[in-house]
Design a protein around this ligand. Structure first.
Ligand SMILES: [Zn+2]
Ligand SMILES: [Zn+2]
Length: 133
């Protein structure tokens, strides 16, 4: 069985942690973000486990809606100038506490996301040390 890797992320603007200890998903603190859709504003907690798409949201988002994500600490948008290679929606980017970045698609229902490490092997080794077994 694969190990679960919990991503510890922070805001690329204010560098504050986005982890929410009060909302635990799959045994790990979740990632708390402000969201905005064409209809409404709210809060989402994303599962921090890599390759898990579970989340709890205060909004009911229709499938295929492009959601605006922003930092709950500094309110800056987390969208980057990069388009999803699957659906052309803007990508959202966080900084990982241990280095590297994680990017995911802002379109609800699109599963495109990836982790970009400066050095993949050392980062993964560190994750397994911390969270493996
Ligand atoms: Zn911020
Ligand atoms: Zn996409």
């Amino acid at each position: 069985m694969k190990h679960k890797i919990s991503l510890q992320v922070k805001c690329p603007h204010c560098r504050k942690s986005l982890m929410d200890d009060e909302v635990i998903l799959h045994g790990f603190p979740s990632i708390k973000l402000n969201i905005q859709t064409p209809e409404d504003r709210g809060i989402v907690n994303l599962c921090s486990v890599y390759e898990c798409f579970d989340h709890v949201s205060s909004l009911k988002t229709k499938k295929d809606t492009v959601v605006d994500f922003s930092c709950p600490q500094c309110n800056k948008e987390l969208l980057v100038k990069e388009e999803c290679r699957l659906c052309d929606a803007p990508m959202v980017s966080f900084v990982l506490q241990s280095g590297g970045r994680v990017n995911f698609c802002s379109r609800h229902g699109c599963s495109n996301h990836y982790v970009a490490f400066d050095d993949l092997s050392t980062e993964l080794a560190r994750f397994y040390e911390e969270f493996g077994h």
